[in-house]
Design a protein around this ligand. Structure first.
Ligand SMILES: Cc1ncc(C[n+]2csc(CCOP(=O)(O)OP(=O)(O)O)c2C)c(N)n1
Length: 83
């Protein structure tokens, strides 16, 4: 994983798995746990990339991904972010 990239964890198991088994190691990491819904996760990750001007990695389950596929329409906005 590129050093400068942030990580965003989806709600449901990704954030729980990281909490139980992950090694944080100072990694810049974001979650949406204040709102437990699995909607809007991709949108949040894209917003993070735009606001931090960094590329990031989103760990997301298939159901949460399907809940927010419209967010992919914004993907072209973040293609200039670099690792
Ligand atoms: C908007 C919304 N709808 C439904 C739920 C109920 N819900 C909680 S977890 C979940 C499934 C998540 O599956 P996935 O994204 O594949 O992640 P997994 O936990 O399986 O890794 C659902 C439907 C929710 N939390 N929010």
């Amino acid at each position: 994983m590129p050093k400068k990239a942030f990580v965003m964890l989806s709600n449901s198991f990704p954030v729980r798995d990281m909490s139980l088994f992950g090694e944080f190691d100072g990694k810049e990491m974001y979650v949406n746990r204040g709102a437990a819904g699995i909607d809007g996760i991709i949108s949040t990750a894209i917003g993070l990339s735009l606001s931090t001007e960094k590329a990031g990695i989103l760990m997301i389950g298939d159901i949460a991904f399907l809940h927010d596929t419209n967010a992919l329409l914004m993907a072209k906005e973040v293609t200039t972010a670099t690792w």
